[in-house]
Design a protein around this ligand. Structure first.
Ligand SMILES: [Zn+2]
Ligand SMILES: [Zn+2]
Length: 440
């Protein structure tokens, strides 16, 4: 197949300001450069440059006259939306600019070659100082995920959100974008533009793995990944729909399985034993040098990720759950895991209050409901303290891992690379039974 071109949704706003570096052409006659504004006026999209103001009836496409030299800058580019690292920064992109109008808003879309997109994703997800074999592994999974998303038909959206009177089961499917292939943030893959620092290693990782993807039989793998599995990875169906993928099976994140833990951590006793232990694992690392080398700055602020704890008073927890769920539970009496995946991640949690009970799932929704931003993961156990008249005054959540835990563990994979493993060994450790294939 030829290298695909992809459309990445960057910004949705009423008015978009860009700085164009180099000439960008719309159609035959109009050329824009420098500062431009794009506005939606009287049902038309207007592109306003220094010298010209051009209205368009529908979509606008601005094409750089030199694909490699030109770039454009988005001021106030928002990243980490709704996560604890949410921030705005200045971001620079290559490729074409496409603008479409939708419901009185404008959507800024970047049309870019897959390999160019991946170059940015790798340096947005992880630091460009990471070990080279890790960057190669990451290039392959980001490419596999991207292409598998693009060729898989959009699923029925209604199945990702099931609400009954007493239960909400919700997961977040990546294919909920209608107007472009993927978004630029954590929801899909982080695409935060061309990095400022030099990134020779990223270039090498992309070039040396060009067109290589993970396959399962004839199919390109939906190669999911997360920051830290917590020592055991999770099954696909625990986090998303109930269609298991053979290569996204739980594994112990080490050379061998530990001797004193069960393979299935889904029951309460096994989960508690695991989460409160400190097992040997590739991602159980305190190698400061490795962590500063692999994590981008705003991730490095999250240091306790292999095992973590969160404390709430009754009032704090009650307030957070009320704000996040919109449900008035009264005083919170209990947080009870009803179902866990094989890594101990909770998929159904029953919240019991003095007013009512409600069951919430799957893992990301649980993480949202129990934190002002997100809990690091849903692999946690709950300790209740200072119980007065059946009502705990304090809750302690002890947890494991950072993220959904499915597929490759970024911190474990980086640790493997530092220990001398090659990219193919790293990939086959995390994606059981998969193979590598060059498709372009
Ligand atoms: Zn997305
Ligand atoms: Zn791990």
């Amino acid at each position: 197949m030829p290298e695909p071109k992809i459309e990445v949704g960057l910004v949705t706003e009423r008015k978009i300001d860009l700085l164009l570096i180099g000439d960008y052409k719309s159609g035959k006659s109009d050329t824009f450069t420098g500062n431009i504004s794009i506005e939606f006026v009287n049902g038309r999209i207007e592109v306003i440059g220094k010298k010209n103001r051009v209205p368009f009836l529908k979509n606008v496409e601005l094409v750089p006259d030199d694909e490699f030299a030109n770039s454009f800058i988005v001021e106030n580019f928002e990243l980490g939306k709704d996560f604890h690292w949410q921030q705005k920064k200045r971001a620079r992109f290559r490729g074409r600019i496409k603008i479409i109008a939708k419901e009185n808003n404008l959507i800024l879309i970047n049309v870019i070659r897959a390999e160019e997109y991946l170059r940015s994703v790798i340096s947005s997800e992880m630091s460009a100082r990471s070990p080279i074999e890790f960057l190669k592994a990451h290039a392959i999974i980001s490419r596999s995920w991207l292409i598998s998303q693009m060729i898989t038909p959009v699923k029925d959206k209604s199945i990702s959100n099931i609400r009954t009177e007493n239960e909400l089961v919700k997961w977040y499917d990546n294919r909920e974008h209608e107007d472009f292939d993927i978004c630029a943030d954590d929801h899909c893959q982080r695409y935060h533009g061309i990095p400022n620092a030099s990134f020779d290693r990223v270039n090498r990782a992309i070039e040396e793995t060009e067109g290589i993807v993970l396959i399962d039989g004839e199919n390109i793998c939906d190669a999911r990944y997360s920051k830290c599995c917590g020592g055991r990875s999770e099954a696909y169906e625990t986090v998303w729909d109930n269609n298991p993928k053979p290569y996204l099976k739980p594994i112990y994140d080490y050379k061998y399985s530990p001797d004193d833990f069960e393979d299935d951590l889904s029951n309460e006793i096994a989960a508690r034993k695991w989460i409160t232990a400190n097992p040997v694992s590739f991602c159980n690392t305190h190698d400061e040098e490795l962590l500063t080398d692999i994590l981008v700055d705003f991730d490095y602020e999250t240091i306790d990720f292999f095992r973590w704890n969160v404390h709430y008073t009754q009032d704090q927890l009650k307030e957070i759950i009320w704000v996040k769920s919109g449900i008035d539970f009264g005083e919170i009496i209990d947080l009870k895991p009803l179902e866990r995946g094989s890594s101990g991640r909770i998929t159904r949690l029953e919240i019991t209050g003095t007013e009512r009970s409600f069951i919430v799932g799957k893992e990301l929704e649980i993480r949202k409901w129990l934190s002002k931003s997100h809990l690091l993961s849903s692999a946690f156990v709950v300790n209740k303290r200072k119980v007065k008249n059946n009502i705990p005054q304090e809750f302690e959540l002890l947890g494991a891992g950072w993220g959904h835990g499915v597929g490759l563990c970024q911190i474990g994979a980086a640790a493997m690379a530092k220990q001398g493993y090659y990219f193919d060994e790293i990939l086959l450790h995390y994606y059981t039974g998969a193979n590598l294939k060059k498709i372009y």
